[in-house]
Write a protein that binds this ligand. Structure first.
Ligand code: ADP
Ligand code: MG
Length: 714
């Protein structure tokens, strides 16, 4: 039986007011699947998109809205319009299309001005839901068929006081296969009355000062906005909630870190200078400045917490290498963490190359592999762990699993994390526990290619010092980006063949085909078949994807590095950090499936040498909108700008990797909400000034404790 019982005299889920009629026996933490038979049927799908409880459902925000709020007269319709009409059903009937073996439901809808034909495919039950003589709303696109206007598969709803799908700003949610927007709207609408039970933890003073709408009202408006003005206020309120918590967290952490100690690392000036002059290239000024800032930070007796931000290819690794070397010269250990195994291995190799004139023990530690540079054979995991604990390994390069595994250091003094915005609180805590010295915290350095403007950075991550590497190494040429139309494919392949004959190499990135193919194996294999059998018969082609065994991946990467493989077909696995200077062409298939910021990262895999590099976006019949979106990549070379443009095109939710706020991901706030970030910062400061313990704000304190349950920085 449904847990929400309807009194029979009101529409299920009508809001507000309707809730007075209902008998609620459910709470926010109850399972979403118990609210109705539909929810039960969809429960596994709901779980897939992260919805388990009723509260999850309420906080599952739409990422955009279809504006069906203006009702148009039928006589005013123009082909191509996205509209809502309201009219009477003059006729509705099913017929079979003999050729296509499809069921077709046809209807004629009239309003005072005119009538229009409407068609749905393969939904014969519609004649039971929509009856002749009824008044309905229809929302969707107007098409022209031999000069007669018609609507194909529009959303429909009976005329009533409230609507979820038509005649309104209709919310659009991120979905997964087997679940529709209409279903999510229905489920959310049915539990929304419960939003009044959600505790509004924002201190009253702030709510009043900023004239915020009530939390429950904001939640209702964000799902089913009455109008754009209310939607805007609701979204500001909900964004503020997330940003305010993040700011509070930042201030609290900063306060704690200020009081913690780190070991001083002496600046070994002579050795470092001679190392820098032994490099095969001259450091750029920005590289020098960042390295200098890091070395200065680590001389202090409190922990460094610095982020180096530099576009892809700007040379961040060598800055890390300088800091690590200085630490080794002080007879202390460093850890260097990368987001993928491929990248960890690449760093392991680069460091060996950079330190070839030094006797330094570098270790590689990933989930599947442990190695020490001085030893030919692989080393047993436990022996390796012992060596780290005894201080016999100076540098451990690894994936983030380094943090998770039972690795303890003798005296970890410097921890570096590559390609992430910042150390999460949790990561800092566990590294502290591993550092070998219970009284001190390691110095932290993070590096990212995700550019964030300095002012925004300060507002977001006030606890972090920032170095920016803007200048690219000398001789780099801008990557030429082109959208390749289907008819230009052949010509482009010829151009690529020519480049390979001149010694260059090529990346081919393939999109994910469907959800079940998370690692893109299918599309990669198909592309490989096509290229090797039909297009580049004369070149060696390699394939890399996440499902390969570590050994296989390694072999392929090393063959690509040594130019044995000319073309590497890959999934988005090559997105971050991979450095193959001789590769000068990046082909991206199905470019429209990726976000612009991500495409920009792919593009960063080429253009890492003096050769002119190219990024080709291959596409099949793009829509105008997608074409326009991809054009941005052709024109713009700034990752932050691109992310912003993407946001405008695709709505929030699909942004900029995952912006970590230290406690939780933002669901609705984005990096571009400058004004709200600023407000949240001022408000958080204000509240903490009133009471650092938050005891005076008991609901807020409870909320923070709940978020911090697992993350505590001593
Ligand atoms: P990223 O900032 O993306 O991590 P890397 O550190 O991988 O970039 O550097 C990209 C390439 O540029 C590497 O091959 C590196 O050796 C080279 N490089 C770094 N600094 C310089 C420099 N000052 N001059 C010339 N090449 C450099
Ligand atoms: Mg890098």
């Amino acid at each position: 039986m449904d847990k929400i019982q309807d009194c029979g005299s009101c529409d299920p889920g009508s809001i507000p007011g309707g809730n007075a009629h209902k008998i609620f026996m459910i709470t926010l933490l109850d399972k979403a699947e118990n609210i109705s038979p539909i929810a039960k049927k969809l429960s596994s799908k709901l779980k897939k998109i992260g919805i388990e409880t009723i509260e999850d459902l309420i906080f599952y925000y739409p990422f955009r809205y279809d504006d069906f709020s203006q009702i148009k007269q039928i006589k005013d319709l123009i082909p191509g319009d996205m509209v809502t009409i309201s009219g009477r059903v003059d006729l509705i009937q099913n017929r079979r299309s003999p050729r296509q073996r499809k069921n077709i439901t046809e209807a004629i809808i009239s309003d005072k001005s005119d009538s229009i034909k409407v068609i749905w495919f393969n939904q014969p039950y519609l004649t039971k839901n929509i009856r002749q003589g009824e008044n309905i709303y229809l929302s969707g696109k107007v098409n022209a068929d031999y000069n007669t206007l018609q609507m194909i598969s529009p959303e429909y709803e009976k005329v009533k006081n409230f609507t979820s799908n038509t005649a309104c700003l209709a919310p659009v949610y991120h979905l997964t296969a087997g679940i529709t927007n209409k279903q999510i709207r229905f489920l959310i609408r049915s539990v929304l009355p419960l939003a009044v039970n959600i505790i509004d933890w924002l201190p009253l003073k702030i709510k009043l000062d900023l004239r915020f709408m009530d939390l429950s009202q904001a939640l209702r408006q964000v799902h089913f906005p009455e109008n754009k003005v209310k939607l805007n206020s609701a979204s500001i309120r909900l964004k503020f909630n997330e940003l305010f918590l993040a700011q509070l967290q930042t201030f609290i952490i900063r306060d704690k870190i200020k009081n913690s100690l780190a070991e001083k690392v002496e600046f070994k000036e002579n050795e470092i200078k001679s190392f820098v002059s032994s490099l095969p290239f001259k450091l750029t000024d920005d590289q020098k400045k960042s390295a200098w800032a890091v070395l200065k930070d680590t001389q202090k007796s409190y922990p460094m917490n610095r982020l180096i931000e530099g576009e892809v290819g700007s040379g961040k690794t060598v800055v890390a290498a300088i800091a690590i070397l200085n630490t080794v010269l002080n007879k202390k250990q460093s850890a260097y963490m990368a987001p993928t195994e491929i990248l960890a291995k690449q760093h392991f190799k680069s460091l060996q190359e950079l330190y070839k004139n030094f006797e330094i023990q570098i270790g590689l530690f990933t989930r599947t592999e442990q190695k020490i540079c001085s030893e030919k054979k692989k080393i047993k995991k436990n022996d390796f762990i012992k060596k780290i604990k005894n201080g016999e390994v100076d540098i451990v390069v690894g994936t983030h699993s380094l943090i998770q595994e039972k690795v303890d250091f003798k005296n970890l003094c410097l921890a570096i994390i590559d390609e992430q915005h910042r150390f999460g609180v949790e990561q800092r805590k566990s590294l502290k526990e591993k550092s070998g010295n219970k009284k001190t915290v390691p110095h932290f350095l993070s590096m990212t290619a995700t550019p964030i403007p300095r002012t925004l950075h300060l507002a977001l991550y006030g606890d972090l010092d920032l170095s920016i590497i803007k200048e690219m190494p000398k001789g780099r040429k801008k990557v030429i980006t082109k959208i390749i139309e289907p008819i230009e494919r052949e010509k482009t392949y010829n151009f690529i063949r020519n480049q390979i004959n001149q010694g260059r190499q090529v990346f081919v990135v393939c999109p994910l085909i469907n959800e079940s193919d998370k690692l893109g194996v299918k599309s990669v294999k198909e592309e490989y078949e096509k290229l090797s059998k039909k297009i580049f018969l004369d070149f060696k082609i390699g394939v890399i994807h996440g499902k390969l065994r570590t050994k296989e991946k390694e072999k392929i990467m090393s063959d690509f590095l040594t130019n044995k493989i000319k073309i590497l077909v890959a999934t988005s696995i090559v997105e971050v950090g991979v450095d193959v200077a001789n590769a000068s062409i990046m082909i991206i298939e199905g470019a429209e499936r990726f976000g612009l910021a991500q495409l920009h990262q792919f593009r960063g895999r080429v253009g890492r040498s003096d050769f002119q590099s190219y990024c080709f976006l291959f596409n099949e019949n793009l829509s105008e909108k997608t074409q326009e979106r991809l054009e941005a990549l052709v024109k713009c070379n700034d990752g932050f700008e691109l992310a912003k443009i993407d946001l405008e095109f695709r709505g929030y939710g699909e942004i900029y990797g995952k912006i970590q706020s230290g406690i939780s991901e933002f669901k609705i706030a984005t990096l571009f909400d400058y004004k709200i970030i600023e407000k949240a910062k001022v408000s958080a400061e204000y509240i903490l000034n009133l009471d650092l313990t938050l005891n005076k704000f008991s609901e807020l304190k409870k909320k923070m404790d709940e978020l911090n349950k697992n993350v505590h920085l001593e």
